[in-house]
Each structure stands twice: as C-alpha cells, then as structure tokens.
Design a protein around this ligand. Sequence first.
Ligand code: FES
Length: 119
Amino acid sequence: MNGNMLDNERVYQVCHLNELVSGIGRCFRIGKIKIALFKTRSGKIWAVEGKCPHQGGPIAEALYDEKTFICPLHAYPFSFETGNCTISEKFRIKVYPAFVKNQQIFIKIPMASNNDSLT
Ligand code: FES
C-alpha cells in the first residue's frame, strides 16, 4: 500500500477493484489501522474502521446494503455515510473517504490518525 500526502491527509492505494466482491467485505491493514472495505451492488465503495466501537466486532464481516452495515457481533447498525450507529448515539465508527482511479481503490486517512497509528 502506497501513501501520498495531501495537506492534512494521506492517500493510500489499498487494492485493485477486482479484489472486492459485491456483498462481501474485506479487511486491510494500513500501518496499525484496520480498514473494512465494501463494494455495494451498485458499485459504491465504502471504507470504515475495521473494529466496532461497541465491543470490537470484525466489521469486514458485516452484512450491508447501499447505505448501512450491521456489526456481526451484536447487530448494531451503522451508517456508511456518517459512521453513526442508528440505534445508539453512544457509538460512532470512523469513515474514510474512498475513491477509484485506474481500477485501484484509494482511501484518505487524516494525519491525526497517521500520527498515532501508522508509525
Ligand atoms: S461489537 Fe459491534 S455491535 Fe457489539
């Protein structure tokens, strides 16, 4: 995974688009950060923190649709767009902007996260 700095965030190339199957999440590590990557049926790519803020459930194993995923451990639902748990205000998961360029999936990670977790 390659990292390029842009202002206060870093862009990482995570994988080729063909390495993601619609309906099945995958977990990647970028430094010490676990990322769960998803491709929806419509082709939208979402990247969120790989560990559930409730009790650490493996988010890459979540069931999901276009806008929501459900943690496999206790079934708390979260929004891909906001990271908010839709049934409890106590829990919010980090969401990372993702984009596709030349068939490669990239995500942006804020520098604050890098300083703590990528070294
Ligand atoms: S660990 Fe994710 S809902 Fe409990």
